[in-house]
Design a protein around this ligand. Structure first.
Ligand code: KG4
Ligand code: ZN
Length: 336
């Protein structure tokens, strides 16, 4: 492997336009993130058409700034890595097209990265963390339990059968009138509430089944809110947020520990936007006791960013993966 190998990562799968420059796969030289949250907030969620247009307007500026912040020139780039799925197809296409243009102009290799793999690789940035480990990937679109045996060697141990954890956070925050994106707002509001105030049900599967399900929980919270309103009873938003968050966290932690024991791993890693949740981090750390080491990326690397894509792209490239200019965007793209 060449020293001082520069990867330029590009991420546009949802509502963040991000470009990052990463040295030797793990050292972040810059990680520019342009969030579109303000543009989507008034609609209560991400509007795909607006997302694509915003990416298109931002991508050149974000890339320019990222290269400047890294103190390099475009010519110094050795590899262009871009998220090519899963995500919003129109949004992904902006990143993929830009990446192809850049790789072509610079005459440098191009590699497409799976967004979920990117989230897992956030754990390697600025760290000497290595596989094997079990990773709980929880974001707005995914809730996966993945055994990472080695770079590129993954086993899917469980996933959600309906809503993703982040999606549930966003929907309940909306129902509680907290706003968008819901995860951080529920996290904050829940700190002021009593998590044992309301007992919301968590879906349980058979002993060896590591699936998640959050749609029943979501309905239970919505039914509770309707019931309180119809009967003219008070709704203590802080208590609902805390009780809902506890139910999600319990389900996530329970299956994660089960999977870690089944695989006999020593380390459990968290990844994805919901990994920023303080209650999830605390509960997993407490319940892991001395049995497992718990690893999670800093908050800014949990939510969507291009540094994680550059990192995953670097390891893909040195595993012999590279793409030509037929690389396309895929709304659904499985990691395993
Ligand atoms: O990974 P991410 O930025 O985008 C996707 O790939 O989906 O994750 C965004 C999701 C949103 O649903 C957001 O509400 C959730 O992560 N999230 C959180 C927290 N911060 C972000 N959920 C719970 N607690 C948080 N602190
Ligand atoms: Zn993501």
């Amino acid at each position: 492997m060449k020293e001082n190998f520069i990867t330029l990562g590009i991420e546009t799968s949802c509502d963040e336009t991000s470009v990052s420059v990463v040295k030797d796969g793990r050292k972040i030289l810059s990680n520019t993130i342009f969030s579109q949250i303000k543009q989507h907030q008034k609609f209560g969620g991400v509007v795909p058409e607006i997302a694509s247009r915003q990416h298109l307007e931002a991508i050149t500026h974000v890339a320019q700034k990222s290269v400047e912040d890294a103190g390099i020139d475009f010519d110094d780039v050795d590899l262009v890595a871009v998220t090519h799925g899963p995500g919003l197809v129109g949004a992904l296409l902006v990143g993929v097209s830009y990446a192809k243009g850049l790789a072509y102009a610079l005459e440098k290799p191009l590699v497409g990265v799976n967004h979920i793999e990117g989230h897992i690789f956030a754990n390697f940035l600025e760290s000497d963390f290595v596989p094997p480990f079990l990773c709980l990937v929880v974001s707005g679109g995914h809730s996966h339990l993945i055994y990472v045996n080695d770079y590129g060697d993954y086993e899917l141990m469980g996933r959600t059968v309906d809503d993703a954890a982040g999606e549930a956070f966003d929907k309940i925050a909306r129902a509680l009138g907290l706003g968008y994106p819901g995860g951080p707002l529920i996290d904050k509001t829940a700190r002021l509430g009593d998590e044992s105030a309301i007992s919301f049900p968590v879906a349980h599967f058979k002993e060896d089944n590591l699936s998640f399900s959050f749609s029943g929980l979501k309905s239970a919270v919505l039914n509770y809110l309707n019931h309180q309103k119809q009967k003219g009873l008070p709704i203590i938003v802080e208590d609902v947020a805390a009780s809902f968050q506890k139910a999600v966290v319990d389900a996530l932690v329970e299956n994660t520990l089960k999977a870690a024991r089944a695989k006999n791993v020593k380390t459990i890693a968290l990844a994805g936007g919901v990994a920023a949740n303080s209650r999830l981090r605390d509960e997993l750390t407490n319940r892991a006791g001395g049995e497992f080491r718990i690893q999670f990326p800093p908050m800014i690397l949990c939510t969507d960013n291009a540094a994680m894509i550059a990192c995953a792209g670097y390891y893909r490239f040195f595993r012999g993966i590279k793409h030509d200019f037929t690389l396309n965007a895929h709304a659904s793209l499985n990691l395993v």
